[in-house]
Design a protein around this ligand. Structure first.
Ligand code: ATP
Ligand code: MG
Ligand code: MG
Ligand code: MG
Length: 581
């Protein structure tokens, strides 16, 4: 069916919206794709919705191709499962919480690990049922501190989230790799330029969590890349290549010892996969300010590391019933670590350490060195964890510094370049954090219960629309790759005479019958207005039927190539079809 602009629910705007700073935001609003309802909350109008659905379809087909099965869970969720994993509290202000008429607590799901773990627990009970991967393409809610750039960082947004369940580590790795490859296919099909970067410190060899970052100067993530070796990492996760074995022990007012059984540290052990993860139980009397840790290197050399931060002061204070004195450090992307199921409460990198005047035992190339983790699991107790290992260089004596362009790559095979990106996908080997929380076991082959191990994987579906707009637009307007363009071809009737009008109708009808999605500008507006709109709306091909029609000619414009060529009208449709395919 041909869609007629005279009928389409669309008003384009001449001026940029006052609140828009980045090109994708300006253009998507001006082109009538989306409309703002509240900060970070947007409506999708017909053109926007068509593109959104097409992005969804690409994601869905690649998820189905790896055997993932689509389900749909509610966005409105009861508190209890999130209480069980402590995320009801730990998610902090980013969680939309509400009450029903009976006073029961609910939330709007920011991500669904809890519910998927419970869903699998509810249905499956034998090793024969595994592995299984489930996904949904669904609306998520996060009360972002800084909703930004229209749909790029919304408070309501659409995510594809999938969750894999396996019997063992090997299975998890397979599921993870299947997702990694599926994501590459998705982003390649969408034609987005992106890099895959290590998202957490290389304690897990850079594979337990990776982010897909779309190249963009407006991105909020900074990453470094070594063009020579292909090494790439979020600056928060840059690591050294060869980890020394180091031991950690207490010093001064802190006795640091293993706390392998605390759920928080446990999940970190999973996460860190072999790194030295140590912690201590602290008491309500502790301020986290004065913790000193002595690093003991294999050659006997020792160094003192001193630092401490309360992870989430309010939360800790509430739980401990005591005051927690904040150190003067700046948390690196507070919202981010709260959204990250591994980092329990606190996280600091060298920048923060430096700000605190603390000597930090990390090679200057290492941006994200040590992670301090604090978590208050019950009143009167909290845990302090230190993830070390690969973060430390063997001689461990250099003060921290930030990576900048031109610094040597940690793998020693080139230099680092810094760049900015927008997170479009994130894959995690979660391990057993959530299956432990809900005892998600199945009966194993030997008759004994097996605790499942989990992965979680997200794609920003609505964000992708903004990312494509950001990467593909030119000074005239949007430009959509064919796979996600609202229409394949935009036919403009550029002349008032009846012949041209009939000719355009004919071209549009023939393209339509060949299976192309056709937008026909049959309005009475002037050709200038129509061309401007066609460029703004961004279909990849524009066919102009105008003055030339009388001489048997039409024009085909290619928005990406920036070309305009005249084609003979009698073979026009065939040649347009050949071009577009
Ligand atoms: P960011 O670092 O941009 O805040 P995140 O790390 O918090 O993202 P995840 O929890 O990893 O996000 O969620 C998976 C994906 O969902 C992200 O990779 C991103 O593409 C998308 N996403 C996250 N937050 C938003 C948002 N506020 N608006 C639109 N998309 C989002
Ligand atoms: Mg992130
Ligand atoms: Mg976030
Ligand atoms: Mg993420």
């Amino acid at each position: 069916m041909i869609t007629r602009l005279s009928h389409l629910f669309l008003r384009t705007l001449r001026d940029d919206p006052a609140d828009a700073e980045v090109p994708s935001h300006k253009l998507l609003v001006r082109a009538g794709y989306v409309r703002r309802i509240a900060p970070g909350v947007y409506s999708w109008l017909p053109l926007g919705l068509r593109t959104l659905r097409k992005v969804e379809e690409v994601v869905r087909s690649e998820m189905n191709a790896i055997g993932a099965q689509e389900i749909s869970l509610p966005a409105l969720l009861p508190r209890e499962p999130y209480e069980a994993t402590k995320r009801w509290t730990e998610y902090g202000d980013a969680l939309f919480r509400l009450k029903d008429r009976k006073g029961q607590d609910y939330l709007l799901g920011p991500t669904h690990e809890e519910l998927f773990a419970l869903t699998v627990k509810g249905e499956y009970n034998s090793y024969k049922d595994l592995p299984v991967t489930l996904y949904q393409i669904q609306t998520k809610y996060r009360d972002e501190g800084r909703p930004r750039a229209g749909i790029l960082r919304g408070r309501e947004f659409i995510m594809k989230d999938s969750y894999s369940f396996d019997l063992d580590e090997d299975g998890l790795k397979k599921s993870y790799n299947a997702h990694r490859e599926a994501y590459q296919k998705i982003f390649d099909r969408l034609g987005v330029k992106y890099v895959i970067v290590a998202a957490t410190s290389g304690a897990m060899g850079g594979s337990a969590s990776e982010e897909f970052l779309a190249d963009s100067p407006v991105g909020e993530d900074t990453y470094v890349i070594c063009r020579e070796s292909g090494y790439a990492a979020n600056v928060e996760a840059v690591v050294t290549a060869a980890p020394p074995e180091i031991a950690i022990e207490g010093q001064a007012d802190a006795v640091v010892h293993d706390t392998p059984n605390t759920p928080t540290i446990d999940s970190l052990v999973e996460w860190a996969n072999g790194a030295n993860v140590l912690g201590r139980e602290a008491t309500a009397a502790d301020t986290l300010k004065n913790i000193l840790v002595k690093l003991v290197y294999p050659d006997g050399k020792t160094e003192i590391l001193g630092v401490g931060i309360p992870g989430d002061r309010e939360v800790d204070e509430k739980r401990l019933g005591a005051s927690v004195e904040p150190a003067e450090v700046e948390l690196l992307d507070d919202a981010d670590f709260k959204a990250n199921p591994f980092l329990v409460k606190g996280y600091i990198g060298p920048k923060a350490l430096q700000a605190n005047g603390v000597r930090y035992l990390v090679d200057p190339r290492v941006v994200s060195g040590t992670s301090w983790i604090t978590g208050a699991d019950e009143p009167g107790k909290h845990y302090v964890g230190l993830v070390a290992g690969r973060d430390f260089t063997p001689d461990g004596t250099i003060e921290a510094a930030e990576v900048r362009d031109g610094d040597p790559s940690p793998d020693g095979r080139g230099v680092l370049e810094a760049a900015r990106g927008i997170e479009i996908g994130h894959i995690f080997q979660l391990g057993q954090k959530y299956t432990d929380a809900f005892d998600v076991d199945v009966l194993g082959e030997n008759g004994k219960p097996v605790r499942l191990t989990m992965g979680s994987y997200g794609v920003g579906v609505s964000r992708m629309v903004a990312v494509l707009a950001e990467q593909k637009h030119d000074e005239k307007g949007l430009r959509w790759p064919r796979e996600v363009a609202p229409f394949d071809v935009h036919v403009v009737i550029a002349n008032k005479d009846e012949g041209a009008r009939a000719g355009a109708e004919q071209v549009a009808a023939e393209l339509d019958s060949l299976g192309f999605e056709v937008l026909l500008d049959d309005r009475t507006a002037s050709p200038g207005v129509k061309f401007k709109d066609a460029e703004l709306l961004g279909m990849p091909y524009i066919v102009v039927v105008g003055r030339g029609w009388a001489e048997g000619k039409i024009e085909l414009r290619d928005r990406f190539a920036g070309t305009a060529e005249e084609l003979p009208a009698d073979t026009a449709v065939a040649s347009v079809a050949a071009k577009i395919r």
